[in-house]
Structures are given as structure tokens and as C-alpha cells.
Write a protein that binds this ligand. Structure first.
Ligand SMILES: [Zn+2]
Ligand SMILES: [Zn+2]
Ligand SMILES: [Zn+2]
Length: 328
């Protein structure tokens, strides 16, 4: 039976069509390699990328374990001034932005789900350190952090990496989430994400992993098959403000969650995005940072583009069950 479910954060509806319609659209997909060739991120090719903005080295300092470098072909330019212009009724902002790449490992064929705990901790530390520094820039209003894994998920280089883009405007999707969360907060005087965590704990059927300070689960109105969210259990607006202990705990939970996805879905392509509060806002009651993992099994088709509804053939409870099976 099909059913509509409403996401309490955005109010967006997903139509679940378990077992039938469109199931063929999520034919199991595996990460396929991007075209082999010269890799500018491999050790020995450091001169092919701009200078590091952050590095983690081996204990004796002879090798790097992780490098953060400005993107050589940035989507946006860090020199432009983010001046707002208008042409008649149309608005325009010059393409200012700071675009960095986190080269997560020297090992070309490694991947997040295969990392050691230490490697995962290093990656999350680099994300936090760079976001902390970039958030001080007065031109920056929002910092996006994302990871494309597999050519189908938009990765142009196979070498494991994530990307950070600091921009002068709020991305629409995040602005929508923040606005809806604010309305919920004004109505109930509680954070919608804190409420979701309590509800997930009470229902207990969509949770993957729960630790002292974090939780990962398949959201009630997941847009995509096996979509997974990770949230800090205690209310926190800004990702970059996590303390060192929580940061390491988060890295481990992310690693274990990605391992489950890799095992259950046999290395699917996926995207990972971090949603956090805009830089110049302090701690706010209505918005709670979180990470969204989207395995790219389904193709977004005309129906989604045309309506904003999503069609998902896998119920979140079934998705959680599958991700929780096959555990060693
Ligand atoms: Zn490489
Ligand atoms: Zn909260
Ligand atoms: Zn979000």
C-alpha cells in the first residue's frame, strides 16, 4: 500500500510505494570507478595542487596523512567581492566563495567506510578546523560541507576526498529547513530535531546506532531509499563547536554507519552533506546541526523535479532493518 509521510522539519511529503512502483529504478548500483589516469591527489603529486591550508602528518613528519588544499578549479572565486547587484527586478551576486578540498587519505583506493578509526577522526578534525577558520571571514554567511562518493554521485576523482565551500548566501534547501524549524520552535517552543530524536528513541524502529552523544537513524519521511541522518543527541547549533571528545565519537559513529551502508548495499555511490547554522548566528534554539547520507540508488525523475514530492519504494523501517542485518 502506498502512503504519504510528512517530514516534520521541512513539511515536505514523501510518497512511499513499498514493493511496487519504481522499484526497478533503484536497481542495485555499485560505485563504479571514474576514468583511470593521472591523480593529482596521490602522494608525489603535491605540486599539482595549490599549497595546503591544513595538514596532518605522520608522527615522524615524513609523510602526510591528510591534506586540505584550495580547489584548483573552484566553482567560485575567492577574490570576488560579494556585492549585491540588481538588473531591473533581477538580483545578482558575484561568484565569491572559498572552495577547498580535503584529501582524506594518501591511499588512492581507500574510502571512508574502509578507514581506520584514526583516519576517520582526522577527516572530521579537518572539517571542523577549516570550518572554524572560514567562519571568521566576514564575507562568508554559510559553509557547505559535502562528499560525493562514486562517479554516479558526482565524484570526478576517485581518490577519497570531501569538499568545503564557503559562500555569501544561504543555500535554499538549508534556508527552508531553518525557516521551518523556526516556525516549529515558535509553535511548540522546542527544537524539531530534539523532538525527532526523542520520538525515534521511543519508537526504536529506525535507529541504526546510538552512542553517548550521537544517534544515526533512517528518518521517518526519508526522501531516498536508505537515507540516513546523524545528529548530536544534545542540542547544538554549530557543527564546528563540538569539543574534541564529541568530535572523535562522531567520527567513529559516522565510520560505523558508513560501514553498515557499504555492507548492506554493497558499496553504493553516496552523497554526504552537513547541515549547520549560518556562521554569524550564535547558538540558536531552533536549529540543530546534522549530517545527511544519501545512497544514490534511485534516479530523480520528472515527478520529483515537477512536484517537489519524492517517491521512495523502501519504507524507512525496512531500510533500518536491512542496514542493521549482516552485522559481524
Ligand atoms: Zn590518487
Ligand atoms: Zn535540538
Ligand atoms: Zn538537513
Amino acid at each position: 500500500m502506498s502512503l504519504f509521510r510528512r517530514d516534520p522539519v521541512t513539511g515536505r511529503w514523501t510518497i512511499f510505494t513499498p514493493g511496487k512502483l519504481l522499484i526497478e529504478n533503484i536497481s542495485v548500483r555499485h560505485r563504479s570507478d571514474t576514468a583511470p589516469g593521472f591523480c593529482p591527489f596521490c602522494p608525489g603529486h603535491e605540486s599539482k595542487t595549490p599549497n595546503e591550508t591544513f595538514t596532518i602528518k605522520s608522527q615522524d613528519g615524513s609523510q602526510w596523512k591528510l591534506r586540505v588544499v584550495p580547489n584548483k578549479f573552484p566553482a567560485l572565486s575567492s577574490d570576488a567581492l560579494p556585492a549585491h547587484e540588481t538588473y531591473g527586478i533581477y538580483d545578482l551576486i558575484e561568484g565569491f566563495g572559498i572552495h577547498e578540498v580535503v584529501i582524506e587519505s594518501p591511499n588512492h583506493t581507500s574510502d571512508f567506510g574502509k578507514y581506520s578509526s584514526e583516519e576517520a577522526r582526522n577527516v572530521v578534525r579537518a572539517w571542523q578546523e577549516r570550518m572554524k577558520v572560514l567562519s571568521v571571514d566576514k564575507r562568508v554567511r554559510y559553509i557547505m560541507l559535502f562528499r560525493n562518493c562514486g562517479a554516479e554521485a558526482g565524484a570526478s576523482l576517485e581518490h577519497p576526498h570531501s569538499q568545503i565551500i564557503a559562500i555569501p548566501i544561504f543555500p535554499r534547501l538549508v534556508a527552508d529547513e531553518i525557516e521551518s524549524s523556526r516556525r516549529y520552535y515558535e509553535w511548540k517552543e522546542r527544537c524539531v530535531f530534539c523532538d525527532i530524536i526523542h520520538e525515534e528513541q521511543a519508537q526504536g524502529i529506525r535507529i541504526l546506532i546510538e552512542t553517548e552523544n550521537f544517534i544515526s537513524f533512517v528518518p521517518y519521511a526519508a526522501r531516498f531509499p536508505y537515507e540516513t541522518w546523524i545528529l548530536p543527541r544534545r542540542h547544538q547549533s554549530h557543527f564546528y563547536k563540538i569539543d574534541d571528545k564529541c568530535r572523535d565519537e562522531f567520527a567513529e559513529l559516522l565510520l560505523q554507519t558508513l560501514k553498515r551502508i557499504d555492507i548492506a548495499l554493497n558499496l553504493p555511490p553516496f552523497n554526504l552533506v552537513l547541515h549547520t547554522t549560518p556562521c554569524h548566528e550564535g547558538e540558536v534554539g531552533h536549529y540543530h546541526w546534522h549530517l545527511e547520507i544519501i545512497p544514490r540508488l534511485a534516479r530523480i525523475a520528472g515527478f520529483e523535479w515537477g512536484t517537489g514530492f519524492y517517491l521512495n519504494p523502501i519504507l524507512p523501517e525496512d531500510a533500518a532493518k536491512k542496514l542493521n542485518s549482516n552485522l559481524e
